[in-house]
Design a protein around this ligand. Structure first.
Ligand code: OAD
Ligand code: ZN
Length: 272
């Protein structure tokens, strides 16, 4: 019944703008940010201002990030990513906008994807602007911090809970390898930072050309993604969501399927 509704909508809207979120990657072990009621469920995120202004904040960030790379660095695409790559091959997707920084849509083969919030596998120097691969920085973080490298090799059973007893101030973060002094930052949009304007313009232009907007695995609580739902509604375009839980766009939706996003998208990709 519900899949039929989705199939009919797909048939009626042949060129889609798709916006994806963390719900597309939970299946492959990357946790989402909010629960089904839309409430934040992770530790407080680091803001851009705190990261740029406080060396201890940066040390804590990179220490945790170095350990978290165990999951993030190994993750492989899941069903939602594979299904969206298939739908693109079938000519169904005008543009895939993702709020995720994990790069898994590209890894699954999506070509026309826009990383709205950047990519966690890339690091940028805040002085010279040059980039380097996060995996290269990971080697350097492990080499400079043998105590943390041990934690990386043998994770504590209760994960991050133990980390508060650690001495973060001793954690060493290398400077940019290109200019040798610059401060490194993950190439992702932090809280307190805005999405680069050209990305928003590219997404808005694609929305103009699309017949409908599909929201997949996102609460859309963050304005940077929500604005596309607002714009679609203003243009009188149909928008739907496949999401287990509330979305900020609920009032604007033609309908919402509260089902597993990987399962739903794969059945659409196989049906066409
Ligand atoms: P959220 O965590 O806010 O929303 C993910 C949604 O997916 C939730 O409603 C989950 O219930 C739902 N969900 C989880 N697994 C699912 C599954 N298998 N099938 C269907 N639904 C599922 O994540 P986003 O909306 O992506 O920003 O969050 C947007 C932004 O908030 C992120 O990009 C991040 C964060 O602050 C930045 O880092 C700048
Ligand atoms: Zn530099």
């Amino acid at each position: 019944m519900t899949e039929q509704l989705l199939a009919d909508w797909f048939a009626a809207h042949p060129r889609l703008l798709v916006i994806t979120g963390a719900g597309c990657s939970t299946e492959v072990g990357i946790p989402d940010y909010r629960d089904e009621q839309g409430q934040w469920k992770r530790p407080q995120p680091v803001t851009y201002q705190a990261f740029m202004g406080d060396a201890l904040v940066r040390k804590r960030y990179w220490a945790r990030s170095m350990l978290g790379w165990r999951v993030m660095g190994q993750a492989q695409p899941g069903r939602a990513h594979r299904a969206l790559a298939l739908l693109e091959q079938q000519g169904r997707i005008e543009l895939l906008i993702t709020q995720n920084v994990d790069g898994l849509h590209s890894a699954a083969g999506s070509r026309s994807s826009l990383d709205l919030h950047g990519r966690i596998d890339t690091v940028r120097c805040m002085d010279c602007g040059r980039r380097l691969a996060r995996s290269q920085l990971q080697q350097s973080l492990l080499a400079r911090n043998p105590h943390w490298a041990q934690l990386y090799a043998a994770p504590a059973p209760d994960g991050d809970a133990d980390l508060e007893h650690e001495n973060f101030s001793a954690f060493e973060v290398p400077a940019c390898p290109h200019c040798s002094t610059g401060m490194l930052k993950p190439d992702v949009v932090f809280y307190g930072e805005s999405v680069p304007r050209e990305r928003v313009e590219q997404a808005m232009a694609a929305l103009e050309r699309a017949d409908g907007l599909l929201i997949a695995g996102s609460s859309l609580m963050v304005y940077s993604g929500f604005r596309f739902a607002q714009a679609a509604a203003r243009q009188g375009k149909s928008l739907i969501a496949i999401n287990q839980g509330v979305t900020r766009a609920d009032d604007l939706l033609e309908f919402k399927l509260e089902m597993d996003v990987g399962q739903a998208l794969l059945s659409m990709a196989r049906a066409t």
